[in-house]
Design a binder for this molecule. Structure first.
Ligand code: ADP
Length: 246
């Protein structure tokens, strides 16, 4: 029996979880939660719970995998077997391999890879509780874990999905919207708005795609603010300190 809701948006324009169409789920982040990692971040986004850990830069073995002029960034996305209602078989799957690949590539334009040639930076993104949007949640946590590890980056990466339900565009899909909606478009972008990941499930018209990208950009800007606040609360605001020192 399908648990598909009859409607996703009510007459007041509110979604099943009470959000407006352009509203993201509440997000909470905490950096530096793992003492053995070089950088880490725990992130909750709605009912998603993810943990990102960064190890490195460190020497890469076997040496034949080393890049002579830059650092290799490896990204591993994993869903814990207990992260969804039915147990997930542990180990890599086609889905996790694909998500790891595209998520790692989402950081290529920001990580300054010319430092640490021959070394490797490992990013592990572990989904502890999944409720739609885990790849974007993992990217949002991973960028803070990279910053926490002191990896030189041109800026932060923020990620969010936009989709379509009841013929309307909605930001940051929840589980029923993701399962039964007409489209799901996860996007990651740099703080300058350069898109570094874009995937799509379902159908959108070219006009909807354009409008959806505008919507997701605003979502990413809100997430960037949350990420910045997390950085400032962990490391302080350099500008303010500079002013005080004067
Ligand atoms: P994302 O989590 O990035 O939105 P998907 O669209 O593939 O990725 O998955 C949507 C949601 O479906 C996940 O967040 C999770 O709640 C659920 N899900 C994904 N894979 C599985 C699985 N193998 N078993 C059970 N639920 C899953």
């Amino acid at each position: 029996m399908s648990d598909k809701p009859e409607r996703f948006i009510d007459d007041e324009g509110l979604r099943l979880d009470g959000r407006r169409v352009d509203e993201i789920r509440p997000m909470k982040v905490e950096m530096g939660v793992l003492s053995r990692a070089d950088g880490s971040c725990y992130l909750e986004w709605g009912n998603n719970k993810v943990l990102a850990a960064v190890y490195g830069p460190r020497e890469l073995h076997p040496r034949r995998m080393q890049k002579p002029n830059e650092v290799l960034v490896r990204y591993k996305y994993n869903m814990a077997s207990f992260s969804v209602e039915d147990r997930i078989r542990p180990g890599p799957s086609r889905r996790s391999t694909e998500i790891s690949k595209v998520s790692g590539e989402a950081f290529e334009p920001v990580v300054m890879t010319q430092y640490y040639p021959g070394a490797v930076i490992d990013v592990f993104a572990e989904v502890l509780q999944a409720d739609a949007g885990t790849r974007t949640a993992a990217i949002n946590a991973a960028t803070l874990a990279l910053a926490d590890a002191g990896i030189p980056m041109k800026g932060l990466v923020s990620a969010c999905a936009v989709g379509k339900v009841d013929g309307q565009l909605v930001l940051d899909l929840n589980k029923p919207e993701d399962n039964y909606g007409q489209a799901d478009l996860p996007v990651a972008m740099t703080q300058d708005g350069e898109i570094t990941l874009l995937q799509m499930d379902g159908h959108l018209t070219p006009e909807e795609l354009e409008e959806g990208l505008e919507m997701v950009k605003k979502g990413c800007q809100q997430i960037l603010e949350i990420q910045r606040e997390a950085l400032v609360s962990r490391y302080g605001n350099e500008d303010e300190e500079g002013e005080e020192a004067e």
